[in-house]
Design a protein around this ligand. Structure first.
Ligand code: 4AD
Ligand code: MG
Length: 445
């Protein structure tokens, strides 16, 4: 056959013609004189119906022997599904195997355990579900770029090797840098603050690293973060930006990835509810919500054991689920106690115990997707904070220069791509949201 190869995503333009498709055998069913070969070419899948009477005994027998994930060519006529719009079928007239598999493909259509699938991640990516998730991820990342590019931000890439701890010293991956101690970056923020003074509005997007010692469904050792930073923006402006940003991303996915969300059986009504304005509550109000829930639990259980939430502590995953459960859209919690936040946070001038920060919790219990806030812009205050957090002052000389030479109010935030994908796709765990996850016990494949 000498016709050009057509992608499964282009079938609508070829109804009634005979085409060649090339890909991998995703699945096969047979019934007497018919084979149903599901061909996967990376763009989608299509069912090829092969009748013995059309192809002859020899080809029909060859198709009977073809193994899952062998590379095949199928020639046939494109037919529109009689009932389902947008679905096509191929009436196969010829067939050829380009590469057979060596042994049985490990991921058979039966159920497999998570560890097994994670060990075979390099093959698992071919499955319909993983394909759908990573296409949503792709669209989210494209939306991230379009949003900031469309608002006059300049992309300023942050380094991966750094001498600076940004988000505390307990989750640093340390490495040797030509005899000097270096870390894999936890966040590009400090560099974006330099960029904000140079470009006004800047953002970075890249991999970030945290040596998280805990195994949770929300933590990866390596994750991708987008971090905008804006000169002369305050906390309220930061919240406005985060709100517009999340609405933009969700809308984009709803616009372009309905079929993938359907594969994932995502309740899109929950995503359609993500509209401005998002509730904005203070840390104190969030604590009151938790205490109400605890009082209710005490009443139900008839016990007094359950204590109130200790003011001043950070929220855990379960706390976040209770708080976000009150709302049908993301909730922004601002003004946490400074003691649980990073050294660079600006204090609330009306209450020195509080930081001018915001965490955005995704609805439906998906947890914190954004963390950010206004930065300390006073040199002496920042010097004291670096000392109080026991950070090595010599590593922060350049950062303090930003306060020495034309200090300016500024704010920004970081959005974790994987948690956003988990939320938008409706996945219980972040491990499927990144092509090759790095977690506490996983460095391979
Ligand atoms: O709240 P975090 O730690 O904030 C920062 O790093 C700031 N420097 C960002 C900034 O203001 N420029 O992290 C931001 C987001 C979290 O809300 C979460 O979505 C994600 O990054 N994140 C993780 N995602 C997966 N695995 C982990 N271990 C993560 N840690 C943070
Ligand atoms: Mg955070």
């Amino acid at each position: 056959h000498d016709q050009p190869v057509i992608a499964t995503s282009d079938l609508s333009a070829h109804v009634g013609s005979t085409v060649v498709l090339r890909g991998w055998l995703y699945n096969k069913r047979s019934s007497g004189k018919l084979h149903f070969l599901e061909l996967r070419d990376g763009f989608g899948t299509v069912q090829c119906v092969m009748a013995k009477s059309d192809v002859g005994d020899e080809v029909f027998a060859a198709a009977d022997k073809v193994t899952q994930e062998s590379v095949i060519d199928v020639v046939g006529e494109v037919k529109a599904h009689p009932k389902r719009a947008g679905v096509y079928e191929i009436a196969a007239s010829a067939f050829r195997v380009l590469a057979s598999t060596t042994g049985e493909y490990p991921i058979s259509p039966k159920e497999h355990g998570t560890d097994f699938l994670m060990d075979h991640r390099h093959l698992w990516l071919r499955s319909r579900r993983q394909h759908a998730i990573l296409r949503v991820r792709h669209t989210i990342i494209q939306a991230v770029r379009d949003f900031f590019d469309g608002r006059g931000f300049t992309l300023v890439d942050a380094p991966v090797f750094t001498p600076n701890a940004c988000e505390g010293t307990s989750t640093l991956f340390q490495t040797d840098y030509h005899g000097e101690k270096a870390y894999l970056t936890q966040s590009g923020q400090l560099y974006m603050e330099a960029a904000a003074a140079a470009f006004g509005k800047a953002y970075c997007f890249g991999p970030t690293f945290r040596a998280e010692k805990s195994k949770t469904r929300r933590h990866l050792a390596e994750f991708w973060m987008v971090e905008p930073e804006v000169a002369f923006m305050d906390l309220a402006g930061d919240m406005d930006l985060a709100e517009d940003f999340l609405c933009f991303i969700v809308e984009r996915v709803l616009e372009r990835r309905r079929p993938e969300l359907a594969v994932l059986e995502r309740d899109v009504g929950k995503l359609e509810a993500v509209k401005k304005p998002f509730p904005r509550i203070r840390y104190d109000e969030a604590v009151a919500i938790l205490n109400e829930a605890r009082a209710e639990k005490r009443k139900m259980a008839g016990e007094s054991e359950i204590p109130d939430f200790p003011w001043g502590e950070d929220f855990g995953g379960e706390d976040e689920t209770i708080i976000s459960g009150r709302y049908d859209r993301p909730v922004m919690i601002h003004r946490y106690p400074a003691q649980v936040k990073a050294f660079y946070m600006k204090r609330d001038p009306t209450d020195d115990r509080l930081a001018l920060c915001v965490d955005v919790l995704a609805p439906e219990g998906y947890g914190e997707v954004i963390g950010g806030g206004q930065r300390e812009d006073d040199l002496a205050t920042l010097e004291r904070a670096i000392e109080a957090h026991r950070l090595p002052p010599e590593a922060f000389g350049w950062y303090l220069d930003l306060r020495r030479y034309g200090t300016f109010p500024h704010a920004g935030f970081g959005l974790g791509i994987e948690r956003s994908v988990a939320w938008i796709c409706g996945l219980p765990h972040v491990r499927e949201t990144i092509p090759f996850p790095r977690m506490l016990n996983r460095l391979s494949p």
